[in-house]
Write a protein that binds this ligand. Structure first.
Ligand code: ADP
Length: 253
């Protein structure tokens, strides 16, 4: 289970208000896509969900429990670039998260434990289509393969919440489509709650079970930093309706 709740969350940097009084509940197993103009605070929203930033006001809860102050393995993240460790092989990259969790002082497991983790890492690589690349380094992979690796790495700690920050933004359209298919399959298999930031509206509506837009709703021309972004649109109900009509049309042949 992972129900995420933003409870009157605001975020400011100095005098600049970025997000204002966000009240938002994200259901268990929802795939939420967040869209909005550049600088609207989308990444800030994700960074707060990961505990990389703290709300200036309000709180964020997962399953009714305030989130920990530190990034924890219950939340995985994939960025547009640089999610993986360049000096580690593909296999080591996916083993590292669980290794640090199991052996926080040394980051290394031995014997049976290591063998089991290696098998699980190899199975995860097979699942994302990188089974034959375990011994390579990230620089030897294509952009799409690096994002497959980043997703595999994020999933290894079995997160309840997967955060995606423009994960496919740097990929060509063909690779993007293949990644969409993969991420939808993994979302269904792992039953995670997903929050994805994207600039691409068609991507948002293709992947999301719900799409929200964040933007400023108030402007003060004399003090542009005075107001932050709020949730300006929420397309959940519309999406449900469109999906139901689509399913009915398919059922009718
Ligand atoms: P988006 O992801 O929607 O493009 P961001 O969340 O990256 O927007 O940024 C929102 C605003 O917050 C921007 O104006 C940015 O300059 C500001 N901001 C983000 N992080 C910091 C920070 N660490 N210190 C000061 N300002 C920041």
């Amino acid at each position: 289970m992972a129900v995420i709740r933003f409870d009157k969350v605001s975020k400011s940097y100095g005098q600049t208000v970025v997000l204002e009084n966000i009240d938002l509940t994200i259901d268990d197993n929802e795939f939420l896509a967040v869209v909005g103009p550049s600088g609207a605070g989308k990444t800030t929203l994700l960074r707060m969900l990961l505990s990389q930033e703290k709300p200036s006001r309000g709180r964020i809860l997962i399953d009714d429990v305030p989130i920990a102050d530190e990034p924890m393995p219950d939340r995985g993240i994939v960025f547009q670039r640089y999610s993986v460790f360049p000096h580690r092989t593909v296999l080591r990259n996916v083993m590292m998260g669980p290794e640090w969790l199991a052996a926080p002082l040394t980051g290394r497991l031995f014997g049976m434990q290591r063998a089991e983790l290696r098998d699980r890492a190899q199975a995860m690589l097979d699942r994302v289509g990188l089974g034959g690349h375990a011994g390579l380094y990230p620089a030897q992979l294509s952009g799409g393969q690096q994002q497959r690796l980043a997703i595999a790495q994020a999933l290894m700690t079995r997160p309840k919440v997967l955060l995606l920050d423009e994960p496919f933004g740097a990929l060509d359209p063909g690779t993007r489509r293949a990644m969409h298919t993969l991420v939808l399959e993994l979302w269904r298999e792992h039953r995670m709650t997903v929050v994805m930031v994207t600039h691409d509206l068609s991507e948002a509506f293709h992947l999301g079970t719900r799409v929200i837009a964040v933007d400023k709703s108030r402007h003060d021309p004399h003090a542009p930093h005075r107001f932050g972004s709020v949730v300006t649109s929420d397309f959940e109900a519309k999406l449900r309706l469109v999906r139901r009509l689509h399913d009915e049309a398919q059922a009718a042949g």
